[in-house]
Design a protein around this ligand. Structure first.
Ligand code: HEC
Length: 150
């Protein structure tokens, strides 16, 4: 009885093993997660390309349904600016576009979409907008904003 009760492990050892378990229980799921993500991308690039193409198709449909009324069917512009040229009023980085689409610019006539479209659809329509850059559609609206090289 006595022996079972009194552990022979020194306090520092218990401390260290507790710490190790704590660190690994955080690290292992993190490691597995990142591993899985990298693996699927690497294992089948066609698959991720397909997925991308599919989501661009969805992005296009979302654009035509919700955005074309102001930005034109091909993004050539109308009430809203031309989205196919190198000129941007609010920046050309993917995260700039995401913010504009989420929050809009209500005082300038564009409502935000974050309460209307699910987040993944906002990303899809943003990705679609990024692909029409340089497409040079007919009847393009005159450029607005600042020119961005890239
Ligand atoms: C009711 C009209 C309207 C609708 C619908 C609309 N927009 Fe806009 N959008 C505008 C206007 C107007 C601006 C310019 C705001 C300004 O002058 O600052 C704008 C600006 C933008 C910009 C920034 C352009 C730049 O030059 O920086 C992006 C990107 C954009 N819209 C994407 C979208 C997307 C994607 C949708 C659909 C989910 C959408 N818009 C729907 C009117 C609209």
């Amino acid at each position: 009885m006595q022996q079972v009760k009194n552990s022979n492990f020194p306090g520092w050892w218990l401390c260290l093993s507790g710490l190790t378990i704590a660190v690994f229980s955080i690290y292992i799921p993190y490691f597995l997660n990142s591993g899985i993500r990298i693996d699927t991308e690497k294992a089948d690039p066609d698959l991720s390309f397909q997925r991308k193409a599919e989501s661009l198709q969805t992005g296009k449909a979302i654009f035509q349904t919700n955005c074309a009324i102001c930005h034109g069917q091909l993004g050539e512009g109308g009430i809203g600016p031309n989205l196919t040229d190198k000129f941007w009023l609010h920046g050309n980085r993917p995260k700039d576009l995401l913010k504009i689409i989420q929050e809009g610019i209500p005082e300038r006539g564009m409502a935000g979409w974050e309460n209307i479209l699910p987040p993944q659809n906002i990303k899809k329509v943003r990705d679609f907008v990024l692909t029409i850059k340089g497409s040079n559609p007919p009847n393009a609206k005159a450029s607005q904003g600042r020119e961005y090289e890239d």
